[in-house]
Design a protein around this ligand. Structure first.
Ligand code: HEC
Length: 108
């Protein structure tokens, strides 16, 4: 029984990782061309205390998929609203969000 449960857990972990990695991989290119100007290496050159580190995202309550998607879609001056301005599609925004969450968890 234990083995069966372990196998299921392992399978779930693998499947989750694969889809997550795929999104984040696409997100990396989007990040490089749209975000790195202000956020290279997960930093924030305009507002240093609002970096993309796990700690800052938690402190500023932008540490969930929904909150990050909202920030990228609508922006928060001086950060442009990439969705509102039609620069990025919903899928692009989801992929770059996956990338930001993955990198912040890994410590950039
Ligand atoms: C012109 C510079 C600029 C660009 C380009 C930019 N940002 Fe930002 N970003 C900022 C600034 C400034 C803030 C802080 C806004 C505020 O005052 O809350 C910010 C905040 C954030 C936050 C919240 C960080 C925190 O700790 O509060 C996230 C997440 C984020 N940006 C992601 C992105 C992503 C992803 C992209 C690319 C799609 C991007 N940004 C592009 C300037 C930029």
């Amino acid at each position: 029984m234990k083995t069966v449960i372990s196998a299921i857990v392992l399978l779930l972990a693998c499947t989750t990782n694969i889809s997550f990695a795929e999104d984040a991989t696409k997100g990396e290119a989007i990040f490089t061309s749209n975000c790195a100007g202000c956020h290279a290496g997960g930093k924030n050159f305009m507002s240093p205390h609002k970096s993309l580190s796990k700690e800052d995202l938690e402190k500023n309550q932008v540490n969930t998929t929904a909150a990050i998607i909202n920030q990228i879609t609508n922006g928060k001056s001086p950060m442009p609203g990439f969705g509102k301005l039609g620069i990025l599609s919903t899928t692009d925004i989801e992929n770059v969000t996956a990338y930001v969450l993955q990198k912040s968890t890994a410590g950039w």
